[in-house]
Design a protein. Sequence first.
Length: 278
Amino acid sequence: MRTLLLFLLIALGAFATWWFLQKPSHNRQWADDVAHMLHADVNGDKVVLKNVRNFEWRTETDYTPRWETREYDLSQLKTADLVLSYWMGPKIAHTLVSFGFADGQYLTFSLAIRKEQGEKFSAWKGFFRQYEAILVAADEADIIKTRSNARGEDVYIYRLAIPPEQLKTLFLAYVEQANKLEKTPEFYNTLTSNCTTVVFDIAKRIVPDLPLDYRLLLSGYFAEYAHAQGGLVEGFSYAELQEKGYIVPRAKAMQAGENFSEVIRRGVPGMQPGMPAK
């Protein structure tokens, strides 16, 4: 018994030493789609974002890289939408938030793993300091379309019920997080620092008493959690919002010359042209 206990203590000590020796870094051979960190300059309502991703994806491996500098006027910020993308069943989803502006532009934020070249995502590895985190800002025709069309994932979109005066707070919270990660690298963690927990943490800036819930861990149910907290457009059951928010058939049927952001919102509650969230 003593021998077993000694062995366990040695093993625990070795693991703790290994754990604390792991240090996040910006200096690795990164995959093309996470090659650049987002940088933001804020001057009042004017925000200049450098390294906004706008790839043209034909398949997961066939794409044209494009990194852009874009300027946004936060006085023209009108909407925010929650996007969930499922690739491994109903319990786990990737969570994104997309902001809409008066001129019809949309910008999507997503906390993701910063993959190295040739590296694949593993939820288990995500527990053990194996991936750095990156906050990606991207055009919807890049970051959402690649999931619905190129990867074959199941993607849903929901209008968030956020008052206009609070949209700026949320947008700037993402900007702040991006600049923080650019300055100081951090590890992605499957449980505590992931695409869903960042949304929850940012949402608490406008609703400080949001309760903890198992659906924060099982991210596939995060939209249901948001609905239960009054965070989605009013007047519809969650089942109705989920059914009408499924974008894949519309995304795949899109015709040349159509606007992707407009197409995926057709028939989605709260997303009629010019209709902001209440």
